[in-house]
Design a protein around this ligand. Sequence first.
Ligand SMILES: [Fe+2]
Ligand SMILES: [Fe+2]
Length: 222
Amino acid sequence: MTVNTQSTIGAIATEHPLATRVFARHGIDFCCGGGRPLEQACAARNLELDQVLKEIESEIDSTPTPEVRWDQKSLPLLIHHILEHFHEPLKEELPRLESMARKVHQVHGDKDPALAEILEVLLALEQDLQQHMTKEEQVLFPMILNEQGRLAGGPVSVMEAEHEVAGEMLRRLRSLTNDYRAPAGACNTWQALWAGLEALETDLHEHIHLENNILHKRALAS
Ligand SMILES: [Fe+2]
Ligand SMILES: [Fe+2]
């Protein structure tokens, strides 16, 4: 395995999908921030480039199943994957998280004032994502499936701007939840909410990476 350290993070994540686990571990933004070279991203986070490269190698060596290269699959297959693995589960997960966040806020809001803002950010994220997915499903994805992807510059730039906003909300949630470390004595719902929000972040990063770094780029170049 050779990783070109001058490559952008998005390109590395595309060619070596398991690298995203290492990026996530170190808080390296590989979806909206995928346009930066790895060397630069490591320097910005005070990480040793060699160490990060070693971790990527060992992640690949220790995973028996081959990596799925979405840049080498057809665009209809990639869209099907995005819908099945990200959009459909997200439509079920967002209301579940909302109901847990309402409950935790109602019961513990007086003990932790951050819970009010966490609920507020989550509700805004939920609304944004629902509208965003509808636009993808009704406008952008049909254009790509109808081989009109090269004409989709307008919708793509709107979607990428919305991804930035969602990414910012995820950063805010991570900071408000103390990196998803539940306070001592947190009830089961509180702990489940933190776990669910962290999983939402992981999935959304992967989802946005597939769209920004692979789907959009390939559609515009088609
Ligand atoms: Fe999407
Ligand atoms: Fe999207």
